[in-house]
Write a protein that binds this ligand. Structure first.
Ligand code: MN
Length: 270
């Protein structure tokens, strides 16, 4: 049997102990290739470097550091490093810090998995709730088991998995929905040595809303692993029908490609 090819990336950088722990966990399942940012790129979102050159440095066989973003790393991994040897799975992590609720669009960890999904490869992002000292064994066991499941079953097109692991030794998981939590709105204003102001944004305090079935409730309140299926199609399906009756002055609604009024394609007829 051909060993599956697994592309691993992250946003904490190639030297993160979380990345090494993830590679160690997945190694029994297939041939691992790492393409990861050469430094910390947390909260870089789905940014892509279109206006500057990118470099890849091979630290060891199949271990590449990229001086771009997590998205650049996966892009180069799929289309250059593994060109003609398409990976069967992309896994991003282990991020040192959870990515739940409103973290998702800021997260470089998730963006690496988004990019894998755009390349039509089953993709998983895995993040750890908690703080140093990190214990990787429970996350390693779950990552290996989940990756095996996804390699066996595949994922529906356009769908990725966002996994968050609570501290301790969780032995159960829950399929969850994206919750809600915000960083504080605090801005620290300080002075630099020349008298100019500078700003630190993104407070450390994070409060989550109590949403039944959410990732935050599972991981923070109930200490179980959350597995949230996400898709990149951000269309608000529920808004299509109500917005079809909008009248925007001076313009007329155009019928959709299939002749539906205002171009509305509901799930039922798409
Ligand atoms: Mn990170």
């Amino acid at each position: 049997m051909i060993r599956p090819r697994i592309l691993v990336s992250n946003d904490d950088g190639i030297h993160s102990p979380g990345l090494s722990a993830l590679v160690e966990a997945l190694e029994p399942l297939g041939e691992i290739t790492v393409v990861a940012p050469d430094r910390e790129r947390s909260a870089s979102g789905h940014a892509m470097s279109l206006h500057r050159p990118l470099r890849l440095v091979e630290h060891a066989p199949r271990r590449f550091a990229c001086d771009g973003t997590p998205t650049d790393s996966v892009y180069l991994g799929v289309h250059h490093v593994l060109a003609g040897k398409r990976p069967n799975l992309v896994v991003s992590g282990f991020n040192l810090g959870s990515n739940m609720g409103d973290d998702i669009t800021y997260s470089g960890t998730l963006a690496a998995a988004f990019e894998g999904t755009i390349c039509k490869i089953p993709s998983i992002a895995i993040s750890l709730e908690g703080s140093s000292p990190w214990r990787f064994e429970p996350a390693q066991s779950f990552a290996r088991a989940l990756a095996k499941t996804v390699l066996d079953r595949g994922l529906p097109p356009g769908l990725l998995l966002n996994v968050n692991i609570p501290p301790g030794s969780p032995s159960s998981y829950r399929i969850t929905r994206q919750g809600r939590r915000r960083y504080g709105e605090a801005i620290e204003v300080r002075k630099d040595p020349r008298g100019g102001s500078y700003f630190w944004i993104g407070g450390s305090g994070k409060e989550h809303e109590d949403i039944l079935g959410s990732d935050c409730n599972a991981v923070i309140d109930d200490a179980v692993i959350s597995v949230t299926p996400l898709h990149l199609d951000l269309t608000a399906e529920k808004a299509l029908e109500p917005m079809a009756s909008w009248m925007i002055e001076g313009f007329r609604p155009s019928p959709g490609a299939k002749g539906e009024p205002n171009g509305v394609h509901t799930l039922a007829n798409s």
